[in-house]
Each structure stands twice: as C-alpha cells, then as structure tokens.
Design a protein around this ligand. Structure first.
Ligand code: G4P
Length: 528
C-alpha cells in the first residue's frame, strides 16, 4: 500500500491557471484538455466566461451549470502524470472563490497577454499565490499578434510581480513574422506552423541555431535574433529549480494558445518541474500526502449544479491517503461518520462516479447542508486544515420578499447559496430581517436571479445601515455573554450559525473594539 501511495502521489500535479480576463485562460484550458486527450477537438469545452461579460450574459450562461461545473475541476492523464486542473473564476467579484481554490493547488500557471503584459488581476492573483509561495510557471500568449518587446515583458514581470523571470524559450518574431520559439538550454528551434490550432500536431524541431536549416527558417530575422539572444542570455536569469519551488523564480514560455503552440511546453514544465502534492498544515500537525489514512478539506461548494437534481457539491482536496468508493469518512466539525458511496470526479470533462482517488486529487461530495467550506474529512483523526478563510463582506442589503408566504424558501435559498462562500447571510438577533452580504455587487443580482430560478422566490433589496461585519470570538465566556447582552442591537448569526457583529460605521467598529478588548472581531474566519 505504501508503495502504491508513493507512486500515485508522485504522479500527481494539481494546478490552477491565473490570468487577467481575456489573456487566454479558457483557450489554454481547451488546449490542455486536447493534449490530455480529454477532448478530441479544441473548442468543445465551453466556459462560463464570467470574466468579461455583463451580469445578464453571465446569468444566461450560468443556467448551463452542468457545463460550467465540468470546467471547475478537470483531471486528465499526460505522459506518466495525472494532471488536476482547477478553474478559477476570473471576475473580481469571485475573488474569494479564487482565493480558496488557490489553497487547493500545488502550483499555478500564469498567463499573460503578450500585447498587454502584467494586468491588475494578474497582480492580485500573484499576491494570493505568494501567501503560500506557490510555484508559478508563466506563459506569454498571443504571439500570433503584435506583442510588446519580450525583454520589456520580462522586466515587467520581475519589477511588478517581484519574482525572478527565467526565459526557457524565446520568441522568434511575432504576428505575421512569428516563426516559433528558440529553446535556450536545448539549442533548438520549435517551428510554428499556423493553422493547426484545433488539433494535436507533431512538433517540428530544428536542431541548433547555428545551422543552415535555422538560417533558412529565420531568413531576414536571423541576424537580429542572434543579437537579441546574446542580450537575453547575458541579462536574464538561468532557470533554477530550487528557486522555482520556493516561489522565487518563474520559468517563462512564449506561444499562442489559439494556434495551439507552446502550450505543450508549459504542460511539460508542470509535469517535469512543478511539485507533486505537498504536505498541508493543520492546526494540530503537518500532514504528509503519502500517509495512508485519508484526509482532505473542502475548498469550494457549488449549489444546484444540475438544476434537475438540486444537488450541492462540496469539492474536497485530498491531502493524504486514498479515497475508495464506499469508504466511511469522519466529518471533523460535526463529529459524524459518513459513508461516501458516490463521490464525483471530473475526469475527461464529464462527471463520473469514481472508484478511487489519491492525495492531490479533487473529489466532489454531495452536500445536503451539513458541509461547509473549510471542513476537514478524515478516517477518524480530529484535525483541521488551516488557511481556508472566509472574508467579511463589504456590501450589505436587506432582503425583502415579494410574496411574504415564501419566507421559508427564502431562508433556505439564501442559506444554501451562502454555503458557496461568495455571499453571506445574516439573521439579526433583534428582529426578523434578513441581511445579505457580498464582496462584490454583481453577487446581489446573481443571488436574486438564482433565488428566482432555483428556489422560485422573488426578492427585492433595500439599503441597510451596515458598514462591515466581524466574526465575534472570545476565550472569556463571561465577557462574551456580557457583550452579547449589551450589543444585541448589532449582533446577528450568519448562515453557518456563527455570531457576527454588524457595524453601522467604521467609527462604531473601532469604538466597540476599544471598549471590548477581550473580544476579537475577525474580518476573516477560518474553520477549525
Ligand atoms: P480568458 O478565458 O482568459 O478570458 O480568455 P479566452 O481564452 O476566452 O480568450 C480571450 C480572447 O482571446 C478570445 O477571443 C480568444 O480567442 C483570444 N485568444 C486566446 N488566445 C489567443 C492567441 O494565442 N492569439 C490570439 N490572436 N487570440 C487569442 P474572443 O474573440 O474574445 O473570443 P472568441 O470569440 O474567439 O471565443
């Protein structure tokens, strides 16, 4: 068994793509699946593309939830490896979801639009990766168009993202002159042949830049390219595996996702260089992926993925051991044993019931309201994985029903949607109001629409005098009771049953914090 675990863990690569909307994440995802033979023709996997669409478009697409979920987690074999690719929604209103997804990966692929370089979302996502020193592979995309000076792009990565950039390949021309890339260490040219974007093709390779074949292929570009290369080799960092693993250096590749060129090199880099499933910190101890007993944590919940089944799926990153169909798992927060007969995997862009899965893989558990983001599952050990926070929402609305008879459905809907983590619902202690909090304003529209579609409830929003929410905790039970009595007017219980303080203003919050030093007011909440 221990050998089997060692072998399976060593095979796994679990990563996410981070990019600014429009840089090419969806296109690259398709090409990766094409390479993993998960699909036969690129363009068959549609993403919900929440990134760049108006709310109405987004919701129309969101109705095809069966499709969107297949792109949340994709598993495919590549060479000797088993690759898990986790999708991160690009829209900034979903940053929480993205943040938590990035806690479930061991490396990330950063995609830049060669014409634009480092963009605001790239910076924000890199900041998140840096929290855990996640190793980053970089891909400069859209070489079939006019791009910025590649040297300038590398400088920008280093200066703005504060990471050393080591070019592995170097582009030969761009736009109509794009001839391929030169592999610096291997001294070979990988030839770009336009028009094969949608199929798997054999690489055409020219050995040696100093060859007749290379001269003929580059033509007029040859002399300039050789000159540029000298500059690059003099000025750029050499790739250093250790620095990459520590998150201090990123290997950089160039290509065009649309032209299906360069994406294979990136996938090779992830398989060759990116780390296998890493140990995970829990409050109690570090958990090694090769430990035999199963452990895992929930990093994402999605409600009503399949409208016909009304199912809610909890996505679990396996941290150690092996999942086997029918096994009993211990749900640490509730203390209950659950038999998991029907976990899902997302192999080959289809939902399939799976027989087994290993550390590094993601499984989907059916959730009937008992599972929360951050929950830990084990084979009995009482541990809790760290680093999966909830963020305090920044926008608040009071929710009113159009039809007062449907209040039960409203509560249920809000509570179930809040499990996904993008919104939070609060039930004030002093009255029967329901307050919805969100990190981004788009979420309010999405929730209203989903309540209508999925729960048959129509609601309207009203402004409410809440500036921010803080989760309230204290080790001093007496003080907490005292505080609860005094501050009832501003206290509420969130969807998960946690006590929260709804501060009407910033000033009110700081005064309250000063007045109650024994109480902690948390802007993020981690599950134990
Ligand atoms: P995203 O998920 O990061 O938002 O990006 P996506 O892959 O959807 O790509 C954004 C746009 O950029 C798409 O064009 C896509 O076809 C294009 N694109 C991606 N890679 C390349 C590339 O290597 N070269 C060129 N020239 N374009 C690329 P669109 O017109 O917005 O969408 P579509 O109608 O093509 O789907």
């Amino acid at each position: 068994m221990s050998n089997a675990i060692e072998k399976e863990v060593a095979k796994r690569r679990t990563f996410a793509i981070i990019s600014h909307p429009d840089a090419g994440k969806t296109t690259i995802t398709e090409r990766l699946l094409l390479m993993g033979q998960a699909i036969s023709v690129a363009g068959t996997v549609k993403s919900r593309k929440s990134d760049r669409h108006a709310t109405s478009d987004w919701m129309a697409m969101e109705k095809e939830r069966g499709i969107s979920v297949t792109t949340s987690v994709m598993q495919f074999p590549y060479r000797d490896a088993m690759v898990n690719l986790l999708d991160t929604p690009g829209h900034e209103d979903f940053s929480e979801d993205t943040y938590r997804t990035l806690t479930a990966v061991d490396s990330a692929l950063m995609v830049l639009d060669g014409g634009k370089g480092v963009e605001p979302r790239t910076i924000a996502l890199m900041d998140v990766c840096r929290l855990r020193d996640t190793p980053i592979v970089s891909f400069v995309n859209k070489l079939d168009r006019d791009i910025r000076d590649p040297i300038e792009l590398l400088d920008e990565i280093e200066a703005v993202l504060n990471i050393k950039a080591a070019p592995i390949t170097w582009p030969i021309g761009c736009y109509r002159d794009f001839k391929g890339v030169y592999h610096l260490a291997d001294d070979k040219i990988i030839v770009y042949v336009p028009g094969h974007g949608h199929e798997r093709t054999e690489q055409q390779v020219i050995d040696g830049l100093d060859s007749d074949e290379a001269r003929a292929h580059l033509g007029d570009l040859y002399d300039n390219f050789v000159e540029e290369l000298e500059l690059v080799q003099g000025a750029c960092h050499e790739f250093d595996q250790d620095a990459f693993i520590k998150g201090e250096m990123t290997p950089v590749f160039f290509g065009t996702a649309l032209g299906n060129f360069g994406v294979d090199q990136v996938l090779d880099a992830i398989v060759d260089w990116a780390p296998r499933p890493q140990p995970r910190a829990s409050h109690e101890r570090d958990v090694q992926p090769t430990e035999a007993p199963f452990t895992g944590f929930v990093f994402k919940i999605q409600a009503n993925m399949d409208p016909k089944h009304r199912d809610r799926i909890a996505f679990v990153r396996i941290c150690s051991g092996r999942y086997e169909k029918g096994m009993k798992l211990h749900h640490v927060r509730t203390g209950k044993e659950v038999r998991i007969a029907d976990a899902l995997t997302f192999f080959a862009a289809e939902r399939e019931h799976l027989e087994e899965a290993w550390a590094g893989d993601i499984i989907g558990l059916h959730n009937h309201g008992t599972i929360q983001i951050g929950d830990t599952f084990t084979e009995g050990e009482k541990i809790g994985f760290t680093g999966i926070p909830h963020f305090a929402p920044e926008l608040f609305r009071r929710v009113r029903l159009k039809d007062p008879l449907k209040s039960k459905q409203l509560r249920q809907g809000l509570q179930e949607l809040a499990e996904e983590g993008a919104t939070q619902v609060f039930f004030p202690e002093r009255n029967n109001d329901i307050i919805l909090g969100a990190v981004g304003v788009l979420q309010f529209d999405v929730v209203a629409e989903r309540l209508k579609q999925e729960y048959k409830v129509e609601c309207i929003y009203e402004p409410v005098n809440v500036w921010s929410a803080r989760w309230v905790e204290s080790s001093d039970r007496k003080k907490l009771d005292e505080f609860s009595n005094k501050a009832t007017d501003n206290l509420a219980v969130d969807g998960g049953g946690h006590l929260t303080y709804l501060a009407p203003t910033r000033v009110n919050l700081s005064l309250t914090e000063e007045r109650w030093p024994e109480i902690s007011f948390r802007a993020t909440r981690e599950h134990h």
